[in-house]
Design a protein around this ligand. Structure first.
Ligand SMILES: Nc1ncnc2c1ncn2[C@@H]1O[C@H](COP(=O)(O)OP(=O)(O)OP(=O)(O)O)[C@@H](O)[C@H]1O
Length: 282
């Protein structure tokens, strides 16, 4: 057991039985404010989980704690995480002075690193762009390269903080398909922080809502993939989560923080949201 630098969180990277991540009574405080309050969370190996919550509820704080990036903040509890963790953020964080392939394999050991990097780039649809500079890639392509960089490390756990938040709606849909496809092929555990309820229901098999420093909702999404946003069951999950987030569903988009209609929600000539006759609130 190792001690988390600068805090009181005890890390136990071994001895996980069926769980990729386990936090026990995790506390994170900034000044006298507890953002995470004795939070218990277990993520199964190979499980795709999305984390929702109002702005400022502590989603990024939890993700940073799980990523072991959070040093120097008062905290306590136990944190049990795997060795190989990859991270992905809204900003692709590619280094501008390195070519795309060199970015992908930065820090990767082994003689075959470049070969593996090129394979990962091909998997995300960037074959032939190995020698491009990051600024020569579009925003979506930069996020693809970031996914390749995550993938090449063969992660047991992928932590993604709003990775598609800066992309336009159509590119975001393509990235959803790609992420789910990569997940099904490689099966890391995934913790995806998002503001977008539809994104959560479309991609994850389990959706958590963080509120008052704890997991307030833990919802299994029992729908086959690929998922249609027009499936009434999809809309029921969506409504359940919007209610949990305290969003007025009659005038809300699926993104309570960035209200923007999703093109997949409203095909030409159809309303943005069909009412569910089984939903008493509809
Ligand atoms: N380094 C820090 N110092 C002081 N306060 C912080 C720090 N990091 C986060 N906080 C505070 O902790 C709270 C939770 O922040 P966090 O970024 O985790 O929320 P979030 O749910 O990810 O929000 P958003 O959805 O807006 O990105 C906020 O009130 C924030 O101001």
């Amino acid at each position: 057991m190792a001690t988390h630098t600068g805090g009181l969180i005890a890390e136990r990277p071994t001895g996980r039985a069926g769980a990729a991540v386990r936090t026990t009574r995790l506390v994170r405080s900034f000044g006298d404010r507890d953002v995470l309050r004795e939070l218990d969370l277990t993520l199964g190996q190979g499980e795709f989980t999305a984390l929702l919550g109002r702005s400022g509820s502590g989603k990024s704080t939890l993700l940073r704690a799980v990523a072991r990036l959070d040093h120097g903040v008062a905290g306590s509890g136990e944190l049990d995480v795997p060795e190989r963790v990859s991270l992905s953020f809204q900003d692709s964080r590619l280094l501008p002075w390195l070519r795309v392939l060199d970015n992908v394999v930065l820090g990767v050991r082994g003689r075959d690193a470049k070969e593996r990097g090129a394979k990962a780039l091909a998997e995300v649809g960037l074959e032939g762009r190995e020698r491009s500079w990051p600024h020569e890639l579009s925003g979506g392509e930069q996020q693809r390269a970031a996914l390749a960089r995550a993938l090449v490390r063969d992660p047991e756990l992928l932590l993604a903080d709003e990775p598609f938040g800066a992309l336009d709606a159509l590119t975001r849909i393509r990235m959803h398909d790609l992420l789910r496809e990569l997940y099904e092929r490689h099966r890391p555990a995934v913790l995806l922080v998002t503001h977008d309820v539809d994104e959560a229901v479309e991609l994850a098999d389990r959706v958590l809502v963080l509120e008052d420093g704890r997991i307030a909702v833990d919802l299994a999404i029992d729908l086959p993939t690929p998922r249609s946003r027009r499936d009434p069951r999809f809309q029921q999950y969506r409504d359940t989560l919007l209610t949990a987030l305290g969003v007025d569903q009659h005038d809300a988009s699926a993104d309570p923080v960035h209200p923007e209609p999703h093109p997949a929600d409203a095909p030409a000539g159809q309303p943005h949201k069909e009412k569910d006759p089984h939903d008493p609130q509809a």
